[in-house]
Write a protein that binds this ligand. Structure first.
Ligand code: F6R
Length: 609
């Protein structure tokens, strides 16, 4: 969850590194630092807090040189502070290291190094790496790194520079993302693609324990034994403007507005339009054998898990197949029961979430077949799954996930419908109708966005409410979970979700006149039940916002306010009904004077447990 960068070329490294770090700030923003080699000397600058504090330091303490590494930190070991910021160096300050991940055996290594006279400066796990490389250094940086890799355990993406080898950066990953960009007379390293796009679109995605030695004019790869290996570059199609705010005040608002396009992009390539409309998943290798499964297991974390909860309802509705949905961090530790005919669907925007990857690997070792739904081409999840269905959401920069979620839903629906078609639980006519309904969603999402001021005004009246509860039934329960998460993570409002039928079993004890209830009401057969629940919370003094369909009068007498979304089939509504909640969370965050793109204590990609 930290971001690492590196540059080697003919330009001054410092501005390139700072620029690249700014594009990675979403990965962590507790502190930042750079190490640059110029005139035969390694210099390090670092500062606690956002990158602007590092920039201020560099403005007065200038460092020159055309090779360097940088880091933006999300603290795991040791508080955010100047001294705990990366890069970390050996005792003599000649070797510098930046690291994303966790060195699990750092305490043992620290004791070992201390017994050899090393005086540590920080509380970080990373510092052991710098000292270990120095311990093994005999004039060959690659060899020293290879020796170090034999001793460290855990997850890492590392970049290393050494004053006596100023013509190279050594970089390696294990269970953490790393990309190497190939420019003209310059090469770059980053944790993610966006910082590279300004310089190049040709990148290497190293696999675990493939060590890159990055020179100005070439990149060499070696395996863990030091034997050379060949790798080919991948051309990245992303548009750089997609990684910038495009006129919106925040990435989150921009990304909320990108949903119609993202939904359309994710859907379009998967539809066959000749004769009767059908779903084309052959591109990802999905054939009839997949639909012979006895059970589908969906595993993910956070928002991606909520996409899985929607998936459960969708699979049961369309494909009539048993579905288990599991939080990855629970799944991996609870000794689950496998059936060789289980199919796993693993959902992750980043494709790098540690718990999600661990759950996938468990499923794999149990013999299950795995479909990945991810937004990150070349991510670990994408590389290790049997089939990959990409969400074509483009880069998601805001920490709170929005367009990744709705496009995950689109993928889940396409797979559920295709399962249904192959299992004969939906007819080809029904499938074609559902495809028409899916194709209508982007324009319907656009209509909701056009009404955003209504949500903004509602937020202006309610953002100070101390409690907000979201309730719904079936698909609306799943969207309540996601809505409550969005609100709590970016506005710090105490928000919870519950299945409306559970109200009487406990949650109603919390309801009073300080409570906002958002009742999501799109499941037509259960409107009467929802109406009763709304009356129950109104009687306890709560303010109630109902999210329901245009033209629907069911809640006119009970709700305090109603936000209407375009009428859609109950089962497909989640891709629409979540949008008002995303907007509500966004506006509450802004009204509370917070930065919705960078919620406290959270990072975009959770690559450690
Ligand atoms: C919430 C959010 C997180 C992520 C979770 C999983 O807005 O973004 O809950 O959904 O950390 O991340 P991925 O999807 O990258 O595995």
């Amino acid at each position: 969850m930290c971001g690492i960068v590196g540059y080697i070329g003919d330009e001054e490294a410092t501005p390139v590194l700072i620029n690249a770090l700014k594009k990675l700030e979403y990965r962590g923003y507790d502190s930042a630092g750079i190490a640059v080699i110029g005139d035969g000397k390694l210099s390090v600058r670092k500062a606690k807090g956002a990158i602007k504090f590092l920039e201020q330091r560099i403005a007065t303490e200038i460092i020159r040189g055309s090779v360097g590494i940088g880091h933006t930190r999300w603290a795991t070991h040791g508080e955010p502070s100047d001294v705990n910021s990366h890069p970390h160096t050996d005792v003599a300050g000649k070797i510098a290291v930046v690291h994303n991940g966790i060195i699990e055996n750092h305490a043992k290594l620290r004791a070992f190094l201390e017994s050899h006279g090393v005086a540590f400066r920080s509380q970080t796990d990373t510092e052991v790496v710098a000292h270990l490389i120095d311990f093994h250094y005999n004039g060959d940086l690659l060899q020293a790194v290879l020796e170090t890799l034999k001793r460290i355990e855990g997850s890492y993406a590392l970049s290393v520079v050494c004053e006596s080898s100023p013509d190279r950066i050594v970089a390696v990953r294990k269970d953490a993302p790393l990309v190497i960009g190939v420019g003209k007379g310059e090469n770059l390293i980053a944790s993610d693609v966006p910082p590279l796009l300004e310089y190049t679109r040709d990148v290497y995605y190293p696999n675990d324990l493939e060590v890159a030695v990055v020179y100005r004019d070439r990149v060499e790869f070696y395996d863990a034994d030091g034997d050379p290996i060949e790798k080919t570059t991948t051309h990245v199609e992303w548009d750089i403007s997609a990684a910038e705010k495009g006129g919106y005040e925040h990435f989150m608002l921009k990304e909320i507005h990108e949903q119609p396009k993202a939904l359309a992009d994710t859907l379009r390539a998967r539809i066959k339009t000749y004769a009767t409309k059908s779903i084309n998943l052959e591109e990802i290798g999905f054939d009839a054998s997949w639909a012979e499964a006895n059970r589908v297991v969906i595993t993910a974390c956070g928002t991606a898990w909520h996409a899985g909860v929607v998936g459960k309802y969708a699979f049961e509705r369309f494909a009539r197949i048993p579905v288990d949905v599991d939080i990855a961090s629970e799944y991996r530790y609870r000794n689950p029961i496998f059936d060789p005919k289980d199919i796993f669907i693993i959902i992750s925007q980043s494709g790098e979430t540690a718990d999600t990857l661990a759950a996938m690997r468990m499923a794999r070792s149990g013999g299950a077949r795995i479909i990945a739904i991810t937004n990150a081409v070349g991510s670990t999840l994408a590389r290790e799954a049997d089939l990959v269905m990409y969400t074509w959401a483009g880069p998601e920069i805001a920490v709170a996930s929005t367009k990744a979620f709705t496009t995950q839903l689109m993928c889940v629906y396409l797979i559920a419908l295709q399962f249904g078609a192959l299992r004969g639980t939906i007819s080809s006519e029904d499938l074609a109708r559902h495809i028409d309904e899916l194709e209508a969603l982007p324009a319907q999402a656009e209509k909701i966005l056009a009404e955003k001021e209504t949500i903004q005004r509602f937020a202006a009246r309610n953002f100070n409410k101390s409690k907000a509860f979201f309730m719904g039934r079936l698909f609306d329960y799943a969207i309540s979970l996601e809505s409550a998460l969005k609100l709590k993570e970016i506005s710090y409002t105490h928000s919870e979700a519950f299945a409306a039928g559970e109200l009487k079993h406990g949650p109603i004890a919390l309801v009073d006149e300080t409570t906002l209830i958002v009742a999501i009401c799109t499941q037509r057969e259960l409107f009467d039940k929802m109406d009763s629940n709304i009356k129950e919370v109104k009687a306890r003094g709560a303010t109630v916002l109902v999210i329901t369909y245009e033209g629907e009068t069911h809640f006119d007498k009970t709700a305090d306010e109603i936000f209407r979304i375009p009428a859609a089939p109950d089962a497909l509504t989640p891709m629409l009904s979540v949008i008002p909640s995303q907007l509500y969370a966004y506006y509450c965050s802004v009204l509370r004077g917070l930065d919705p793109d960078k919620p406290r204590n959270l990072a975009k990609s959770v690559t450690v447990e």
